[in-house]
Write a protein that binds this ligand. Structure first.
Ligand SMILES: [Zn+2]
Ligand SMILES: [Zn+2]
Length: 313
């Protein structure tokens, strides 16, 4: 893919992608340079030496854990953006096949479960959805990294909320009921002068709280769809054609090493297919690779008469 394939397709994507790529390292640096030393001070000259030494172990453990979470979150985000999951990745036929459909924009026959993304301007293999925050479609080949990204983003956000709350309690000299509105609506709390600590600390905690709910909610939805063997498009349309056993459905997205590949993005985890061929489960003689109700069939049936030679990409 050329460089243009990695760039945002519109202004909304550019802003969302910029927010993601800037906010994650900013939050990480805030955690290791301010929150962790606030909870476990080690360089405070007023601190007794034995207390400073006792703080060193939890402080470095916390920094190590935050660094591990950050590197995994960022690496999986970069791989989500850069791994090619378009139909150009697989050999495409020059004549129509059952279940395949002709994309008038890409001008080739795309396989079942692929869909054209108007923002990416490409047909995407087993397209799940277009992610604004990655400015990229989530499809067959980058879905694994997207799931790992959501897992680490959710854990990082929970760690951010808890550690920030402890640091705020420490800085404010104890718990206050004013923490709750300040955490939920930090700008209003700042305007009405009920901000218990530095507004930047409270704003970071508030962002972590909202990301926890956002990323955690999306991860939950993704897990439900993966277990059912559905993409987001199929979930919306109540299409359930390709689902198999729960383990097989997980392997299709996360690969054969699904049970530990999420630990590091560089652990290989080959998937059973190529993203283009999906034999549907047997439904009373309907199996055998025939196109079935709605999955890719929208395109196939409406463009079936437009068979023409197209080049493979
Ligand atoms: Zn297309
Ligand atoms: Zn897209």
């Amino acid at each position: 893919m050329g460089l243009s394939a990695y760039l945002p397709g519109n202004h909304v994507d550019a802003m969302a992608m910029g927010f993601t790529f800037i906010m994650i390292p900013t939050s990480y640096l805030h955690g290791v340079l301010y929150i962790a030393p606030t909870i476990w001070p080690t360089n405070d000259p007023n601190l007794p030496k034995d207390v400073a030494e006792a703080n060193a172990v939890p402080y470095y453990c916390c920094v190590f854990f935050m660094t591990f979470l950050f590197l995994n979150t960022y690496a999986n985000l970069i791989l989500t953006v850069t791994v090619d999951t378009t139909c150009g990745r697989v050999p495409l036929p020059v004549v129509s096949q059952p279940g395949w459909y002709f994309c008038p924009f890409c001008r080739y026959y795309a396989p079942p479960r692929a869909h054209h993304c108007p923002t990416c301007q490409r047909c995407v293999l087993r397209r799940d959805h277009h992610c604004f925050f990655a400015a990229k479609c989530i499809g067959y080949y980058n879905h694994r990294y997207f799931i790992a990204f959501l897992i680490y983003l959710t854990i990082s956000s929970i760690v951010g909320v808890v550690s920030s709350f402890v640091a705020i309690t420490y800085l404010a000299g104890g718990f206050s009921i004013a923490f709750i509105p300040a955490l939920a609506l930090p700008v209003l709390a700042w305007i009405f002068q009920i901000m218990p600590v530095n507004p930047i600390v409270m704003l970071e905690a508030s962002v972590a709280l909202f990301v926890t709910f956002g990323a955690g909610g999306l991860l939950t939805l993704q897990i439900i769809m993966i277990l059912r063997g559905q993409t987001y498009h199929e979930f919306q349309k109540s299409i359930s054609v390709y689902g198999k056993s729960k383990i097989s459905n997980i392997v299709e997205v996360m690969g054969k090493n699904w049970w530990f590949c999420w630990f590091l993005p560089f652990i290989p985890s080959p998937r059973p297919g190529d993203g283009a061929h999906y034999p549907p489960r047997d439904r009373g003689g309907m199996a055998g690779g025939q196109n079935q109700g709605g999955v890719g069939g929208e395109g196939f049936s409406s463009h079936a008469g437009k068979r023409k030679l197209v080049k493979s990409t």
